[in-house]
Design a protein around this ligand. Structure first.
Ligand code: HEC
Length: 462
């Protein structure tokens, strides 16, 4: 992305460290939300379809609640979806500047898919609400026995039709876009920490590599675990708001569908983490990678136990812990990626640090020109008014210098701050000289005088 390259500028090494920490943080935020959006929109589209086929009200309710979970509000989608991924693109552009690798380009492409995915998700969620409003309106209107004009009722009917059309299509449209976005995102993450693939990777080879497909699978399983935890947590937290939640049949329904997914996903997780580690290129593996993997496996088992006990017992309030545990899995994943990326790109960091130094050097003010030598000062400045053996504007040096033979400091003093000295001459203007140049020229004229005197040639004409 050329335009991104123009946005970035070299940074010192410490600032790069900061960027990497920021990268882990925005990745956790983004992946947590993107996971929920991905799985909840997919599940909602499926539930919506089943409800239409079977005319089952519980499925419709489930689809509606899942849509609410996936797209809480426009502000939330911006804050935890759109802004983090854009930040991520910018950070990668910064860290990989000057490297002609597709990472930032592919990440930008995936951002576009996410963006439209989120957009359709939002309209889908809205269409559920609109449809409810229109239906309620029509019910009210018909119970009031035709107090409304036919125009209004037919308008409302057509709004309702378009809302339910959006609802029908919007669900899987957003799910498909989000799946494609995720696929590119995951492939790009892998590419980022595999520098030896940089030179010869193409967009397609990144998408269809076995490693990418495997990562996508791992990602989807983790996403299922976190969505299932979030669904249980939020649905039951909303219970007072959602009158339907109070209905035992719906509670049982949510538990029946959301919890087994969580148990299965969390149970698969340790195995996936184990293989995921095998998948990291050697350059990117450190001890910390293994520690993170071990902690990740431990947390996954814990999350699985939480889900399992929720399934067995009626106490559903463990959903919050399962949710936090699942977020930690994402943290471990993001941190592992970042460490691998960091290690695989150490050379790149050095290149950037050097580039920063070069930039600093080019920004530094030009060095002041070195002080002139005594002869240079005399030739360039003093000789305009002085000669050694004759009068010019000022008196001949052979006449004035004898006073100064043992008083070099007075001579320097005079040169830097001339005062009226020799009768019959105008005052000498102050010369723009550096202290070092004053010293140099004083020594120079004195040495010329002394040499001439020694040679018996210090005569002058006035
Ligand atoms: C624009 C002309 C001009 C320039 C340039 C000039 N001088 Fe002078 N200089 C004079 C004049 C006029 C006097 C006599 C001033 C007086 O006696 O009051 C003088 C006097 C002197 C004296 C005699 C002082 C004394 O107490 O006897 C020295 C030594 C001297 N200049 C050194 C220098 C040196 C070294 C430079 C070069 C850095 C220099 N001058 C540049 C005009 C100049």
């Amino acid at each position: 992305m050329n335009f991104l390259n123009r946005l970035v500028y070299p940074e010192p090494a410490e600032r790069l460290e900061l960027l990497r920490i920021l990268l882990v943080i925005v990745t956790i935020i983004f992946v947590t939300y993107a996971s929920i959006a991905l799985i909840a929109s997919t599940a909602s589209a499926i539930a919506n379809r089943i409800s239409r086929k079977k005319g089952d009200n519980l499925f419709a309710r489930f689809a509606h609640d899942l849509a609410d979970l996936a797209a809480p509000s426009r502000g939330t989608i911006l804050a935890v979806g759109v802004i983090p991924i854009i930040t991520e693109v910018l950070i990668y552009a910064q860290l990989l500047q000057g490297v002609s690798v597709g990472v930032t380009t592919y990440l930008t492409i995936s951002t576009v898919f996410f963006f439209f995915g989120f957009y359709f998700l939002y309209t889908y969620k809205k269409s559920w609400h609109l449809e409810t409003i229109y239906t309620t309106f029509q019910d009210l209107a018909s119970s009031h026995g035709g107090t409304l004009t036919r125009e209004v009722t037919s308008d409302v009917a057509s709004f309702e039709r378009s809302a339910s059309a959006t609802k029908r299509r919007g669900g899987h449209r957003s799910a498909i876009l989000l799946w494609i976005g995720t696929w590119i995102f995951v492939g790009t993450m892998r590419l980022a920490f595999s520098p030896r693939h940089w030179a010869h990777s193409t967009f397609l080879s990144v998408l269809f590599s076995g490693a990418t497909i495997w990562s996508l699978f791992t990602y989807a399983v983790t996403a299922a675990a976190i969505t299932s935890a979030a669904a249980v947590f939020f649905f039951f937290k909303w219970a007072d708001r959602i009158s339907m939640m109070a209905e035992p049949s719906y509670r049982a329904f949510v538990k029946r569908y959301a919890l087994p997914v969580g148990v299965a996903a969390a149970a698969l997780e340790p195995l996936l983490i184990f293989f995921e580690i095998q998948n990291v290129p050697e350059a990117g593996v450190t001890n910390l990678t293994f520690v993170l993997a071990a902690v990740g496996i431990f947390i996954a088992l814990l999350v699985m136990l939480l889900f399992y006990s929720m399934m067995k017992e009626s106490g559903i309030n463990l959903g919050g812990y399962a949710f936090i545990g699942a977020i930690f899995l994402i943290f471990a994943w993001a941190a592992k990626n970042e460490i691998a990326f960091h290690h695989a790109t150490e050379n790149q960091d050095q290149v950037l640090a050097t580039r920063y130094e070069t930039m600093l050097a080019s920004l530094a003010p030009p060095k002041p020109p070195p002080a002139m030598s005594g002869k240079e000062v005399y030739d360039n400045i003093c000789s305009a008014c002085h000669m050694f053996n004759a009068k010019k504007v000022g008196p001949p040096y052979f006449m004035t210098l004898p006073h100064f033979v043992d008083h070099m400091d007075s001579l320097e003093n005079f040169i830097s701050n001339p005062y009226v000295a020799v009768p019959g001459y105008p005052p000498m203007p102050k010369q723009p000289l550096k202290p070092q140049e004053v010293k140099n020229v004083a020594q120079y004229i004195m040495s010329v005088y002394l040499a001439a005197k020694k040679a018996g040639k210090a005569q002058y004409t006035q």
